[in-house]
Design a protein around this ligand. Structure first.
Ligand SMILES: [Zn+2]
Ligand SMILES: [Zn+2]
Length: 445
């Protein structure tokens, strides 16, 4: 971190104790230039960190080497690091006077899949997962998030005369299985450590590097898993009158459950139920005893979710009752809840990010995937979750107008972010977002 000699606030920052002088606006242009110069100077180290993590990914709750690597980086920066929070998670604290505690989260985990990018630093690693061997790859770009997280920590420490408060940098395991955030909270993330006043996280995506997508309110979907076991009475296919046919009950359910979406839910609200698996029967002339149906339920709003869950359950019971079958076993497992971006936190960051990135900062529609950063928000921490692009703008434009190939999205074996501009944007955007909140607080707003 190079020394940033000049102050970036137009007037005194430490106005909390005194009424005057009024705290001035951040000089965003100069601040951004200083952050960029600092990241540029430090980039070779971030690049090496990124490529090492990329080449040696670890899957949910196995991220021991990755966590140890990040712990060493944060200790070298002067953070007080606690390891093994929520199995493999990390909490790194840096105190710098009176002020709010701001949490910045990265994920640690990779995916159980084979990377096919052919990059020099591609992963060839394998691991044991759910009892079988699998390749592992950072095909969701969580390695980009980790490099940006370390870069942001370095930059904020270098700028410590520009803010007052506490940094709480956390590295979370098992995002892909939406269980790591819960594990950290269950292990005392907000009780053993001070609960943060605000939180930020970013995620990369298959759009142009240098651009940042964000939104107020809902940023990702609620996800619930559905399992229904329809029980009947098995028998001969030629004598259905002596049976209760669970295949027909399941078939009715699969069709009728869509009426919950089309007739009960407000058509202007997002909500889907997709049946992804149906298992039952062994032969053409045997009516089986039972049929298992499994699906996923996605929504944005809690009230829409509640309405859909009630309707789905009622439909399952009703189709069984129609055939005089026993009540079905219904299991709905809650996955991630929707990420709700706080209007105040977003408005504060938006002003600064707009001044720094201009039209490269873009409001975006909510995404239908799910994300367990919502656990921290639902624990009562006003937050902002935003996205950064990873591909060359020209390639993105060509894919959009059809003159070039489609670009591999997250979770594709070909997902291949361009590291330098992606990580640099991640560091600059996250640093400015955090500084905007410290600044807002210092001004007593
Ligand atoms: Zn993912
Ligand atoms: Zn991800």
């Amino acid at each position: 971190m190079q020394h940033l000699a000049k102050p970036f606030l137009v007037s005194a920052a430490l106005c909390m104790a005194t009424v005057l002088p009024a705290h001035a606006e951040l000089d965003v242009a100069r601040l951004k230039a200083a952050i960029e110069a600092s990241v540029e100077a430090d980039y070779p180290k971030l690049d090496a960190l990124y490529k090492d993590i990329h080449a040696h990914p670890e899957i949910a709750f196995q991220e021991e080497k990755t966590a140890a690597r990040l712990a060493a980086e944060m200790r070298a920066l002067g953070f007080d690091v606690t390891e093994k929070v929520g199995k493999t998670g990390l909490v790194a604290i840096y105190k710098n006077g009176d002020g709010p505690t701001i949490m910045v989260r990265t994920e640690l985990d990779a995916l159980p899949m084979e990377e096919k990018t052919g990059l020099a630093y591609a992963s060839h690693d394998k691991t044991s997962w759910n009892g079988r061997e699998t390749f592992v790859a950072h095909s969701c770009g969580h390695d980009i998030h980790m490099a940006s997280w370390v870069g942001t920590a370095k930059t904020l420490v270098g700028l410590k005369d520009q803010w007052q408060g506490t940094l709480m940098f956390i590295a979370q395991p098992a995002e892909e299985t939406v269980s790591g955030a819960k594990a950290m909270l269950a292990d005392g993330l907000f009780t053993r450590f001070k609960k943060p006043d605000f939180a930020f996280a970013l995620h990369d995506g298959a759009f142009a590097y240098g651009t940042i997508n964000y939104r107020v309110g809902i940023g990702s979907s609620n996800s619930d898993s559905l399992f229904v076991r329809f029980r009947g009475r098995g028998g001969h296919g030629a004598a259905p009158q002596a049976t209760i046919d669970p295949v027909m009950i399941a078939a009715r359910f699969i069709v009728d459950v869509q009426s919950v979406i089309s007739r009960e839910k407000d058509p202007t609200e997002f909500g889907v139920v997709s049946i992804g698996a149906i298992h039952g029967g062994t032969a053409e002339n045997i009516i089986p005893d039972e049929v298992l149906v499994a699906g996923t339920i996605r929504t944005f709003k809690p009230e829409v979710r509640a309405k859909m869950l009630t309707g789905i359950e009622r439909t399952a019971k009703a189709v069984a009752a129609m055939s005089d079958a026993p009540a079905p076993d219904i299991k709905i497992t809650e996955g991630a809840k929707a990420v709700m971006n706080d209007p105040g936190v977003v408005a504060t960051a938006e002003k600064v990010l707009k001044a720094a990135f201009g039209d490269k900062l873009r409001p975006s529609p909510p995404g239908t995937p799910s994300e367990d950063f919502s656990e921290f928000i639902n624990a009562g921490v006003p937050s902002m979750f935003f996205n950064i692009g990873v591909y060359e703008p020209e390639r993105v434009a060509a894919a959009r107008d059809g003159s070039g190939p489609q670009l591999p999205p997250n979770h594709s074996p070909l997902f291949a972010p361009v590291p330098k501009p992606t990580i640099e944007t991640g560091v600059a955007a996250m640093t400015l977002a955090v500084l905007s909140t410290f600044d807002q607080h210092a001004r007593g707003k």
